[in-house]
Design a protein around this ligand. Structure first.
Ligand code: MLT
Length: 410
């Protein structure tokens, strides 16, 4: 028999969101008439913008004519999309970028897992706690860790607690690390980092020859001025940071699939013998070998997000979700529930009004027929917290808030 990768056996039984799905199915089978409102996984509910849809259709039609047919595209993504992203999304921030530094992909979840291919296992990794579980679990899968302790912390990973006391803003690691995962606006706590806070991390990375993996999947949800949308707004970041961005939440592409990863040419690593190595070249090599690019119609649809009409419509959808976030945050806060996030992020991080995170999950499902995500599913420091997603439809959001207020409001 072939030998299995035993690192997988170190993982907790199931990935968080499928476990939530399992509990919902169990409840729905036992209560077929209950109208369950799902504010758990951050999955969008609004349809694609009409302009994006039109471009998508037109590109599908292209495939039906011999003149406009497209077969394999560039593994790194089509120039038309890369140039649009640089021009419309980075230039307005004052960030210059070369097309060879932007890689189009089918998702940030895959990219932030796959990026580990080009980093040696000896690297010390720091991740926040609570955190998007993919960062933690993929490091376990590749074999960078030992077993988890009784709290759920894996041996070999440096955890950076994000708690109410530190405003959910992690302290710099108290030991030297080589890779740091940061996600802003943050999933799951919904908090943001100011330029000064990000500068602290960039300075640390430059001083310690570390690389920052910056997950900016939620940057389009920032509503306040002076909050950085990209880590490259911080001086020096192009020498030490890889950035992940996604069309999933920004433009409703969770099912369509399109994202991008920026690997600046200046981000360098070294071999065991101390020779410099370009991570941009390694990532390009990795993608060319293991990936065949995102489909042509999807990339045309993604480019249309940045057309004048496409962006106007996309912005309206983002505003709709952020109004949902306001309704949740203000509604629950007024009822005496402590809430964080929801101002520059589609996630509201609330203090469980009753019991542990999973106790509250079960009570909320059983008694209010509302689904959220237990904070402890994002890491031990998430215990006692709960995440609600603002990606639902308005009526469901209002109903969920009023059911929670009725049950737990003071
Ligand atoms: C979440 O709910 O945290 C996200 O939807 C997960 C993801 O983007 O993969």
């Amino acid at each position: 028999m072939a030998r299995a990768n035993e690192n997988y056996l170190k993982l907790k039984a199931g990935y968080l969101f499928p476990e939530i799905g399992r509990r919902i199915n169990e409840f729905a089978t036992a209560n077929p008439d209950a109208k369950v409102i799902r504010l758990g996984i951050g999955d969008v509910t609004r349809p694609l913008s009409p302009t994006v849809l039109k471009a998508f259709h037109a590109a599908v039609d292209d495939l039906g004519s011999s003149e406009n047919f497209h077969g394999y595209g560039p593994e790194q993504g089509y120039g038309f999309l890369i140039d649009t992203i640089i021009e419309k999304s980075y230039k307005p921030l004052g960030v210059e970028m070369k097309p060879s530094e932007v890689f189009i992909s089918d998702g940030s979840k895959c990219d932030c897992a796959n990026i580990l291919d080009i980093f040696d296992l000896s690297n010390k990794v720091a991740i926040c706690d609570p955190v998007y579980p993919v960062y933690n679990d993929t490091n376990v899968m590749v074999g960078r860790t030992g077993q988890a302790d009784e709290k759920g912390y894996y041996e070999g990973i440096v955890y950076l607690p994000c708690t109410e006391e530190n405003g959910f803003t992690p302290e710099l690691p108290n030991q030297k690390v080589d890779i740091i995962y940061l996600c802003y606006p943050n999933n799951p706590t919904g908090t943001v980092a100011t330029k000064d806070e990000l500068k602290k991390w960039v300075d640390y990375a430059l001083a310690n020859d570390a690389v920052i993996f910056f997950d900016a999947a939620y940057e389009a949800f920032i509503t306040e001025d002076n909050i950085p949308h990209s880590i490259y707004e911080i001086e020096g970041a192009k020498r030490c940071a890889i950035e992940f961005r996604s069309f999933s939440k920004t433009a409703g592409f969770t099912g369509v699939r399109c994202a991008l990863t920026v690997v600046p040419e200046e981000v360098m690593g070294k071999t065991g013998a101390g020779e410099p190595v370009s991570f941009n070249k390694l990532w390009n090599r990795r993608q060319s070998t293991k990936f065949n690019g995102v489909s042509y119609p999807v990339q045309r649809a993604a480019a249309a997000v940045y057309s004048d009409e496409g962006w106007k419509e996309t912005r309206e959808i983002i505003d709709y979700y952020m109004e949902n976030a306001r309704i949740i945050r203000e509604g629950l806060s007024a009822a005496g529930i402590t809430c964080y996030g929801g101002v520059n992020s589609p996630y509201i991080w609330l203090k469980s009004p009753e019991g542990s995170s999973w106790d509250f999950f079960d009570k909320l499902l059983q008694e209010c027929h509302v689904v959220g995500t237990p904070g402890s599913g994002f890491g031990p420091s998430g215990e006692g917290y709960f995440r609600l997603s603002a990606f639902g439809d308005r009526e469901n959001i209002e109903t969920a808030v009023s059911r929670i207020k009725e049950k737990w409001g003071k």
